[in-house]
Design a protein around this ligand. Structure first.
Ligand code: GLY
Ligand code: MN
Ligand code: MN
Length: 444
């Protein structure tokens, strides 16, 4: 049995006291008719069990006398396994996955009450699986009607996703090993993209070669749909068509990373398709890079989560004012969110089993939570000047030479005891480093 999963469950069992936590596996998703997408387990479920099948439910019941960890799973079925692959079944759920008790999923209604009736509260995430919700709510109502005579039973429901964020936001050594591998494979793919991107090639060719490396190196595949956006396409934040032919004077923005053992990398680089930045592309690139470096500096243990975004926002706004693309007092522009015309997204997010990983950022009193050692966060400021940009009232028009430029630079950063480590440091991003990579980047 994998001790790390056991340790994770023990931490959650200790945190929920007299409660019972119920976790559902991910649903299967139909691609078309009777063909399904490859199954991807729910991240909380996987974090606690390592169990990688659909139609499963995990229960944590610290107050139960015998079974603190229970799995409901698909039973063994020779014929179904011939068509759709291996099922662990109830015996392996106990022996290999460490469940104190395991049952066929069809017995949920019959067996669930014993794990819930003496809890003082339930932890579950309502809204993902309506059938499971119905089971839980029907049981909840039944137990509530009995509460006056029994004097015990669950009287509150808390969200299990919020419960899990306190654990998942701190990455363990083995989680970091997976993330480093995901990053290393993704870094190799980005470096290769810099070698092969040339005028006349198509965006999907670059995507194909990167994703080829992902699979070849043992990754599950892309962590999210790869964005390979040349020219004006880079101004669409989630551009995934990747079907345009790349032209000489364009930039290529690539936001792509792989998933390795369910752990994700998330990396963006932007560089010229041809050999040179135009002067405007270079100016904006240097500004985004300056903003990114300042933001990374603010990723430190104890520093509140908002500070790295504030650092990026201030640098970009000051730069845009200096270039005449925004006008006014920098503080006022930021306060009125005028920078959002060009930098419309946040500066980063936690990264882990989910690309946009779990972790609350703000406290009820509106203060921001501090970074802590073990957090992994992306740092990804950008500037996007849409071809059809329309200035807000009081703001200057933007000359055609600036339009259609989209730039984002994204690294994955681990917060350490003493500062931070840029996990994605191997992917070139300074103009000098990209030149060393063989991308010849003069100014035309
Ligand atoms: N690739 C998604 C993101 O950067 O958040
Ligand atoms: Mn990204
Ligand atoms: Mn990201």
């Amino acid at each position: 049995m994998n001790l790390e999963y056991q340790r994770r469950r023990q931490a959650v069992l200790a945190a929920i006291g007299q409660g019972t936590a119920i976790f559902g596996s991910a649903p299967t998703a139909v691609m078309h008719n009777d063909v399904e997408y490859p199954f991807r387990q729910n991240s909380d479920f996987f974090y606690l069990t390592g169990f990688n099948e659909p139609d499963a439910i995990a229960i944590l019941a610290p107050h139960h006398e015998e079974h603190q960890f229970v799995l409901f799973v698909r039973p063994k079925d020779k014929e179904k396994e011939t068509w759709s692959g291996y099922r662990a079944g109830v015996e392996v759920a106990k022996e290999t996955y460490g469940a104190h008790a395991a049952y066929p999923i069809a017995e949920l209604a019959e067996k669930l009450p014993q794990y819930v009736e003496n809890a003082d509260r339930l932890y579950c995430h309502l809204g993902d699986d309506l059938r499971l919700d119905q089971h839980i709510l029907a049981l909840w109502r039944r137990l509530l009607t009995k509460y006056p005579k029994r004097g015990r039973g669950p009287v509150a429901i808390e969200d299990s996703r919020l419960l899990m964020q306190q654990f998942r936001r701190l990455k363990s050594a083995s989680e970091l090993e997976h993330m480093r591998r995901a990053v290393a494979i993704s870094a190799k793919a980005h470096a290769h993209a810099m070698d092969i991107a040339k005028p006349g090639r198509y965006e999907y060719e670059i995507q194909a070669e990167m994703e080829h490396i992902f699979r070849l190196e043992g990754a599950l595949g892309p962590a999210y749909p790869s964005i390979v956006a040349s020219g004006v396409n880079a101004c669409i934040l989630h551009y995934i068509e990747n079907d345009c032919q790349m032209q000489r004077d364009e930039l290529l923005l690539i936001d792509a990373g792989c998933a390795y053992g369910y752990y994700n990398a998330d990396i963006t680089r932007t560089f010229p398709v041809g050999e040179r930045f135009t002067p405007e592309q270079r100016t904006l690139y240097e500004l985004v890079l300056e903003a990114q470096l300042k933001a990374i500096e603010a990723v430190q243990p104890g520093r509140p989560f908002n500070e790295f975004h504030d650092a990026a926002t201030r640098t970009i706004t000051e730069g845009l004012v200096a270039l005449g693309l925004l006008q006014g007092n920098v503080d006022t522009l930021i306060e009125e969110k005028k920078h959002k015309a060009f930098f419309m997204h946040g500066t980063g997010h936690f990264l882990g089993l989910d690309v946009h990983d779990t972790g609350t950022l703000r406290n009820p009193d509106k203060t921001w939570q501090p970074f802590a050692p073990g957090n992994v966060v992306t740092v990804e400021p950008g500037i996007y000047i849409a071809p059809n940009y329309e200035p807000a009232e009081g703001q200057p028009d933007v000359d055609a030479r600036w339009r259609g430029i989209g730039i984002r630079i994204e690294d994955d950063v681990l917060v350490t005891e003493t500062g931070h480590e840029i996990l994605t440091a191997a992917v070139p991003k300074s103009i000098v480093a990209m030149e060393e990579r063989g991308v010849t980047l003069g100014t035309s």
